[in-house]
Every structure is written in structure tokens, then in C-alpha cells.
Ligand binder design. Structure first.
Ligand code: MIC
Ligand code: SF4
Length: 644
């Protein structure tokens, strides 16, 4: 049997373990990326490792999340990041250069390479044939230091694409179709490999939209082959010499094969409040819309902006809507300006937003109370927009454009407007002047630390027994936005004690005070959760800040991949119910004990939780490799790595 493309790239990078799906393996990382919101912590941790330079082929530090700069905090972070980059040999992408994933695809992504990034949408790089994986900042710091990156050796699903997209249907609809089929849970440890005759009908930026939002399925990553389309893209980015042809063997073995006919896909949307709530746009019954946002790392390519501009040309936006446009990169923005598309959009009444994450992370453009907001981004978790009562639908740029004109959520195929076909430009505008390439080969640059730059707290070694309290009980599909909100709170990322005041803010504003008071009395906190705990972002603060507040264990029906890894990295043990029904036998406030947990893990014995309040025992499970156990015993990855 032949090999999948995924297997070929992973085997080429395999340094620890064997390629057996389900096994923990360590792979060599060629490239890393960070963004500012997760980057400061990642670099503080890198500094703590005491290395002289990064050891990767390429590491890039992007500033794209926190550019709102109300107060000094964001700007302090940026200066710190710039100085760290210079000292350790990292490329610095300045604020204004664009969203990390879009810019990385344009300027640095290389077929066949591995990339790990401290952002969950790093799989965008799969569009150009990379194995690109999102992770917590600490894992990225270790990779920058030349350490291997650990994943579960994946199951590989082949998505066999046929046919061609119809007018008014675009790459966003393809990934929403995938979300309809696979949902947002149950795909941990899977890589989606796109193949088949339909692949050639998608350009690299379109493929990147698909692999980007694949993150919402909870998969490890998604990947496309590197073919003539990839060559065209690299050539247009003046990087043709970086192209290599890459594809699966014709007789490759897969864990599942799914056929998907591009020609049969219709305009889709993700309804509130999950990217997995897929509905047909045709069923939206001309719902009145209040806000439309075009942008984010999913849909802000040149093609996306140009398509919308062409639809809007000569039209005026509906008086009841606010329409914001955030191009994905400076390249897209400069080209849209030169080619006249920006003029079309501005003439129509669009509000030009900075080419950053902005609205997508909820740090600006919060809609009005109860608003219906149509967004081309990838996440519509409740409250993420900054307005709890807002109804956010995720849509394609085409659907967004028609809604901006009509003020209604309607089927773009019935708009009466001719569909503008926009191809990929033969040549993109190349201007790398907003990158700072490191010159200081001796690493003597001084690191600049403003008052917003704290020191990363470390946790204590694992206790022999966990004795404490169910400090909070939460339900299913709790996202990292619930655990550690971003938006207006984002600016405290570099200041853990301050940011910790907002742990679980959307669910229970009293949690931080309760947990801290318990910690001061030596009482351990545990969190009880339902299915798919920790969905969404890679932000390690969703583990780091609970750790700071004294959380020692998460007891959940299931935990998502990146968050589970982050919990280990910060010394929080993650246990699941042997019998899912036992979830009902724990309540907030219950006194609990997990006796002798350290030894049980050491000896791979079952763990029993004693609910002292209810006088019942509950059997808990775990599946940790020896490496993960050692990290937990040590009190987290930083201590473990320094010791090594
Ligand atoms: C997101 O889209 O949720 C973010 C903000 O980009 C996060 C990273 C972060 O929280 O800083 C992600 O996707 O990992
Ligand atoms: Fe930025 Fe949004 Fe993409 Fe996250 S999902 S990287 S916040 S644009």
C-alpha cells in the first residue's frame, strides 16, 4: 500500500516514536510562527530556557491581534517582541503588515515543511502543502529551541474532491460543508487530506480558507497537495524556486475516504453560537441584518476583497447596516488600493478597518444589542463579538456582499447580480519592508520590558494527592473564549495575575476570587466539565491562568487537543469519567479528594475520586505518555525542559 501525503511529510520529520496512528510521536519543526497575543508569553518562556538563538529554519513573530492600543499595554508588548526577535534571530512582522496566517502563506509557507504556530489557525499553511499545526506558546517556544513537537500520530481521512464550485459558492462553503459532515467535536487526532480531481479547481488562497477553518473541526490539521496551482501561487509571490511537487501515492492507504463534489455545494452559513451549526443560506428567509464584517484569516485574501468589491461596484450599502472591511495583509491592502477595489468599497459605504484580527477577536466593532451580524470569520461563539446578545452568522464573502447591499440575509444566487469571476493575480505586489529581518548575529540586542511585561509563573510539582473542591461545574463545548476571554481583556495577556481576574468571566465572575481564596488556604481547585472542553483557540492562558489560581485538575467528559496539551504543559492533570453518567454525581462546591494521584499515574493504575460531600467514589481515566506524566510530575513543560 502507498502512503498519504501526510504520512510522507510526517515520516520525513519523525524523530521520536513510530508511525502508528494513536501513538505519541515527536516531529522536527522547520518553521514557527507566533502572534502578539500568545507571543509575549511564548518568548518569555523561550527566554527562561536560556538558549542563545532559535534553532529552526525560520521563526516569525507577527503583531496582528492587539493593535487597538488603548492604553500602553499593547505597544509595550510590541516593543518587547521586536527586541526579542532581534536578539534571538526571529523575523519580526510589524503591526500593519497583516494577519499572521495570511502573511505567512504569502511570504514564507513552503510545501513539505512543518510549521507550528501559537495560534489555532496555523493549519492555514496546509493550503500550500505544509503540515501546519496550532499549539500553545510553550510548545512553540520548545520548537524554537530545536525541541521536537509532540502529536498523536494521526488517522488520515482523504477528502476526495470532484467537480468545480458553482457561481456564488466559494471555499468558505466547502469548509462549512465539511463542518456539517464532521461537526466541531469527535475529530481529535485526525488530519484531513484533500485530494482528487477537484483540487486543481481551487487556488492556494481558496485551499487556505478550507484548511484554516478546518481548525473548527478539532482536527490536528488539514493539508492539500502541492501541484501546478501551488507553483502558480509561489511564482506570483516571486518564490517559484520554493515549489516542489507533493502528493499522495495513487494507492495510498487512508483511515476513511469521503467523496465531496464541489459542484453540489450551495451557499451555507454557521448559525449562532457554533461554527458547527450549519444552515442553508436559502433557508434564511431574508432575515434582516444589522452588521456585516469582511475579513479575518479565513476570508481576507485578494480574491475575497476583489470579489466583494466587484459585487459592490456602483452600489450603496443598505442604510440599516454597518459594513466593515479588514483586508488580511498589507499586500492585499496595497493591491486592492492600486487596482481600484478599495475605491469601489469606500464608494459603496464600507468602513475600512485595519488589516489585523480586529473584529474577529472581539476587540472592536461589537454589534448592537440583539444584532444580527454576518461575518466571514471562523468562530461565532456566544459573546466573542463583544456583544453577548448578538446573533453572529459565519458566511462567505459573497453572501456578506449581497447582505451589505440588501440589508437582508439572502441567497446570493437569487440577487440578479452577475457573479464576478476573480482569478488569482499572475503577480502579487511584493514589498517586504514591514518585516524586520534579524541582523544581530551575536545576540547582543537589549530586550525592552515595559511595565506590561511580567514574568511567567510556574506551577509546583504535582501533589501526592489532590484535596479540595469542585470550584466550578460547566457544561458541554466550553470554549477557551469562555475560560479566558479575549476581546477587551486581551491586553492583559502579558500580565498573568491581572488576566487571571477574568478566568471564566462569561460563566461566573466570582470564580477567580473563590479559587484564589481557596489557594491561599492550601485547598486545591478542580473544574468539572462536559464534552469537548477547551474548544477553539490555542491560547495557553486558558491553562496558565487557572494554574495560577490553584486549579490542579480538570475532570471532563472529553477535552480538545490543543487545550489538553496546554493543560499538561502547565501541570494541570486532565481526567475523564469512566462512566460518563458520573458527570451528574459532581456538583459545584463538593468537597473532593483524589488520593495518591501521583503514584497512581506513575504505576498506570486507575484513579478514584472520592466525593466527600456525597460519600461516593467515581472512577476516572487518563491516557498519558511517559513524557506527559514526567511533565506533570515536574509541574509543567518549562521546568521539565529547563531540567532536560
Ligand atoms: C482566536 O482566533 O481565537 C485567536 C485569538 O486567534 C486564538 C489565539 C489567542 O487567543 O491569542 C487562536 O485561535 O488560537
Ligand atoms: Fe486573528 Fe481571528 Fe484569525 Fe484568530 S481567527 S488569528 S483572531 S483573524
Amino acid at each position: 500500500m502507498g502512503k498519504s501525503l501526510t504520512r510522507k511529510i510526517i515520516e520525513e520529520h519523525l524523530v521520536v516514536g513510530e508511525y502508528i496512528p494513536g501513538n505519541e510521536i515527536g516531529i522536527k519543526i522547520d518553521q514557527t510562527l507566533t502572534q502578539d497575543a500568545t507571543g509575549t508569553m511564548a518568548y518569555l518562556q523561550f527566554e527562561a530556557m536560556g538558549l542563545e538563538r532559535v534553532k529552526t529554519e525560520l521563526s516569525v513573530s507577527y503583531v496582528d491581534h492587539n493593535t487597538i492600543q488603548v492604553g500602553f499595554e499593547n505597544a509595550d508588548d510590541h516593543k518587547y517582541l521586536q527586541s526579542v526577535a532581534e536578539k534571538y534571530g526571529i523575523v519580526y512582522s510589524r503591526a500593519g503588515n497583516g494577519i499572521c496566517h495570511q502573511v505567512h502563506l504569502e511570504r514564507f509557507g513552503k510545501p513539505g515543511k512543518t510549521l507550528v504556530g501559537s495560534d489555532s489557525h496555523t493549519p492555514t499553511g496546509g493550503g500550500i502543502g505544509m503540515i501546519a499545526i496550532g499549539a500553545g506558546g510553550l510548545d512553540v517556544a520548545v520548537a524554537m529551541g530545536g525541541g521536537e513537537f509532540y502529536i498523536i500520530c494521526p488517522k488520515v481521512y482523504k477528502i476526495n474532491l470532484k467537480g468545480k464550485l458553482q457561481p456564488w459558492v466559494s471555499a468558505k462553503d466547502v469548509v462549512m460543508k465539511m463542518l456539517e459532515m464532521f461537526t466541531v467535536k469527535g475529530n481529535v487526532g485526525v488530519i484531513m487530506e484533500y485530494a482528487g480531481p477537484g483540487v486543481k479547481n481551487l487556488s492556494v488562497p481558496e485551499r487556505a480558507t478550507i484548511t484554516n477553518m478546518g481548525a473548527e473541526m478539532g482536527v490536528t490539521t488539514s493539508i492539500f497537495p502541492s501541484d501546478e496551482e501551488t507553483r502558480k501561487f509561489l511564482k506570483a509571490q516571486e518564490r517559484e524556486n520554493e515549489w516542489v511537487e507533493l502528493k499522495a501515492d495513487d494507492d495510498a492507504e487512508y483511515d476513511k475516504v469521503i467523496d465531496l463534489d464541489l459542484g453540489e455545494i450551495e451557499p451555507l452559513a454557521a448559525a449562532p453560537h457554533s461554527p458547527g451549526n450549519i444552515v442553508r443560506v436559502a433557508d434564511m428567509k431574508d432575515m434582516k441584518v444589522d452588521q456585516i464584517m469582511l475579513g479575518s484569516c479565513t476570508n481576507s485574501s485578494y480574491k475575497d476583497i476583489a470579489t466583494v468589491a466587484k459585487i459592490m461596484r456602483g452600489k450603496i450599502i443598505h442604510p440599516d447596516v454597518s459594513f466593515g472591511v479588514a483586508p488580511g495583509s498589507r499586500q492585499v491592502l496595497q493591491m486592492a488600493a492600486k487596482d481600484g477595489y478599495l475605491g469601489d468599497l469606500l464608494d459603496a459605504g464600507a468602513r475600512l478597518l485595519e488589516n489585523t484580527c480586529g473584529f474577529c477577536i472581539g476587540n472592536s466593532q461589537s454589534p448592537k444589542t440583539d444584532a444580527v451580524s454576518l461575518r466571514t470569520s471562523n468562530r461565532n461563539f456566544e459573546g466573542r463579538s463583544g456583544t453577548k446578545s448578538a446573533q453572529v452568522y459565519l458566511v462567505s464573502p459573497e453572501v456578506a456582499a449581497i447582505a451589505a447591499i440588501t440589508g437582508k440575509f439572502s441567497d446570493p444566487r437569487k440577487s440578479g447580480i452577475k457573479y464576478p469571476m476573480v482569478g488569482m493575480p499572475e503577480k502579487f505586489l511584493i514589498d517586504d519592508s514591514m518585516f524586520i529581518f534579524p541582523k544581530d548575529v551575536k545576540g547582543t540586542a537589549e530586550i525592552v520590558r515595559g511595565p506590561n511585561i511580567g514574568t511567567p509563573p510556574t506551577s509546583d510539582p504535582m501533589p501526592e494527592s489532590i484535596k479540595g473542591n469542585v470550584m466550578i461545574k460547566v457544561g458541554d463545548k466550553i470554549t477557551t473564549d469562555h475560560i479566558m476571554p479575549a476581546g477587551a481583556r486581551l491586553k492583559y495577556r502579558s500580565n498573568v495575575p491581572k488576566y487571571s481576574e477574568f478566568v471564566f468571566e462569561p460563566l461566573d465572575t466570582d470564580f477567580p476570587k473563590r479559587a484564589m481564596a481557596a489557594k491561599e488556604k492550601g485547598i486545591h481547585s478542580v473544574v468539572v466539565a462536559g464534552e469537548s472542553y477547551g474548544q477553539g483557540s490555542s491560547r495557553e492562558h486558558a491553562a496558565l491562568c487557572p494554574m495560577y489560581l490553584g486549579v490542579k485538575a480538570i475532570i471532563a467528559k472529553s477535552v480538545e487537543r490543543i487545550h489538553a496539551a496546554n493543560l499538561v504543559n502547565f501541570g494541570i492533570v486532565c481526567l475523564s469519567f469512566k462512566d460518563q453518567a458520573d458527570y451528574d454525581k459532581l456538583d459545584q462546591g463538593d468537597d473532593i479528594e483524589i488520593p495518591d494521584i501521583k503514584n497512581k499515574l506513575k504505576n498506570s493504575e486507575p484513579v478514584i475520586l472520592k466525593n466527600r460531600t456525597k460519600s461516593i467514589d467515581i472512577e476516572l481515566e487518563y491516557s498519558y505518555s511517559q513524557r506527559q506524566k514526567d511533565i506533570l510530575f515536574e509541574g509543567g513543560l518549562l521546568k521539565y525542559t529547563v531540567k532536560q
